[in-house]
Write a protein that binds this ligand. Structure first.
Ligand code: UFG
Length: 329
C-alpha cells in the first residue's frame, strides 16, 4: 500500500518524501505546484493536482491503495495570512475538509499532519509544551489549529487517526545536496541571510532590536528539515503500531536570537553579511522555544542536527550550489 503525500513538492514535504523513499515506502505525491517544485520530488508517483478537487481525489484513491496520508498542502506565510485571511481558510481549512471527506469515503483512516508553532500565539511560558494555551495570533496559526480540531472530532465520530506535528523554525537541506529550501518570495531568516552572503541582497534587515531578550532580537528554535522528515516517518509508524491520535512539538529545545543566527552565518560562510535594524514585524512573538520531550518519549524521535552551526552549514551547502534554487520561477 502507498503513502499519499499532499504538498510533497514543498520544502518540508519534499524532504519527507526523500525520507519515506529511503525507508522503501511506496509514495504517491500530490502538489498543485503553486509554491512547490516538481524537481524537488525525488521519486514515487507524482500528480499535479489540487486537493480541493474532489473528483481528482476520488480518482486517485481509486487508482492507488492508500494506507495513510501525510498532509503538507497548505498556505504557510504568517504575514500573507493577515493580508488575505479568506484564502488561508480556503487553502487550509476547506482543502483539508475535502481531503478528509474523501479519505473517509475511501476507507483511509490515518493522517500525519503538518501543523505549526504558530498555533500557540504568544506563549504563556517557554519551553512550550503541547498542553499549553493555543491562541493563534494570525489566520495561518488559526487555520492550522482549526484543522487539528477538525481531525480530532473526525476521530471521535469516524475513527480518523491523526498525528499533528507542530514544527518550530525549519531550516537546512538534504545532506545529499539535491534538495533544499526555495521560496518565492523568500521571507525566512536563514535563506535571506544566505542570499546576502551570496551577494543577491545587500543586507539583512533585523526586524526589531528592542524585544525583551538579551540582545533585543527575537529568539527562535531552529530545527533541521531532515529531523522533521524523520519525525513524519516515526509518526506514521506510531499510527501503524498504536493507532492513537496525538499532537507533538518538533524543535531542538534551544533558542537563538536573530543576531546569533547572523553571526553563525558569518562564521560558516566567511562573508561579511551587512545588517540593518528596521521596525518590528507585526505578530512576531519575542521567544519561541519548543519542548519536544513528548516526541522523544513517545515517537522515539532522535533529532540529529543539534548545533545551529551544522544546520547553517547544511543550508549554505544547498544555497551556494543552487543560488537560483530549482531555477523554475
Ligand atoms: N527575521 C528578520 N529579518 C528577516 C526575516 C526574519 O529579522 O528578513 C526575524 C523574524 O522577525 C523572526 C525570525 O527572524 O524573529 C525568524 O523569522 P522567520 O520568518 O524565518 O520565521 P518565523 O519565526 O516568523 O516563522 C516560522 C515559520 C512559520 C511558523 C512560525 C511559528 O516559518 O511557518 O515559525 O511562529 F508559523
Amino acid at each position: 500500500m502507498a503513502i499519499l503525500v499532499t504538498g510533497g513538492a514543498g520544502y518540508i514535504g519534499s524532504h519527507t518524501v526523500a525520507e519515506l523513499l529511503a525507508h522503501q515506502e511506496e509514495v504517491v505525491v500530490v502538489d498543485n505546484l503553486t509554491t512547490g517544485h516538481r524537481k524537488s520530488v525525488l521519486g514515487g508517483t507524482f500528480y499535479q493536482g489540487d486537493i480541493r478537487d474532489r473528483d481528482f481525489l476520488d480518482d486517485l484513491f481509486r487508482k492507488h491503495q492508500i494506507e495513510a496520508v501525510i498532509h503538507f498542502a497548505a498556505s504557510s506565510l504568517v504575514g500573507e495570512s493577515v493580508q488575505i485571511p479568506l484564502s488561508y481558510y480556503e487553502n487550509n481549512l476547506v482543502a483539508s475538509h475535502v481531503l478528509i471527506s474523501a479519505m473517509l469515503d475511501h476507507g483511509v483512516k490515518k493522517i500525519v499532519f503538518s501543523s505549526t508553532a504558530a498555533v500557540y500565539g504568544e506563549p504563556e511560558r517557554v519551553p512550550i509544551r503541547e498542553e499549553d494555551r493555543a491562541e493563534p495570533a494570525n489566520p495561518y496559526g488559526e487555520t492550522k489549529l482549526a484543522m487539528e480540531k477538525m481531525f480530532r472530532w473526525a476521530d471521535e465520530a469516524h475513527g480518523l487517526k491523526s498525528i499533528s506535528l507542530r514544527y518550530f523554525n525549519a531550516a537546512g537541506a538534504h545532506p545529499d545536496g539535491l534538495i533544499g529550501e526555495d521560496h518565492h518570495p523568500e521571507t525566512h531568516l536563514i535563506p535571506i541571510i544566505l542570499q546576502v552572503a551570496l551577494g543577491q541582497r545587500e543586507e539583512i534587515r533585523i526586524f526589531g532590536d528592542d524585544y525583551p531578550t538579551e540582545d533585543g532580537t527575537c529568539i527562535r528554535d531552529y530545527i533541521h528539515v531532515m529531523d522533521l522528515a524523520s519525525a513524519h516517518f516515526l509518526a506514521l509508524e506510531h499510527l501503524r503500531q498504536h493507532g492513537q491520535s496525538d499532537v507533538f512539538n518538533l524543535g531542538n529545545g534551544t533558542g537563538f536570537s536573530v543576531r546569533e543566527v547572523i553571526e553563525t552565518a558569518r562564521r560558516v560562510t566567511g562573508q561579511r553579511i551587512p545588517e540593518r535594524v528596521v521596525s518590528k514585524r507585526a505578530g512576531d512573538p519575542a521567544v519561541l522555544i519548543a519542548s519536544s520531550d513528548k516526541a522523544k518519549r513517545i515517537l522515539n524521535w532522535k533529532p540529529r542536527y543539534h548545533q545551529l552551526e551544522t544546520i547553517m552549514e547544511s543550508a549554505w551547502n544547498w544555497h551556494k550550489n543552487h543560488p537560483d534554487g530549482y531555477g523554475d520561477r
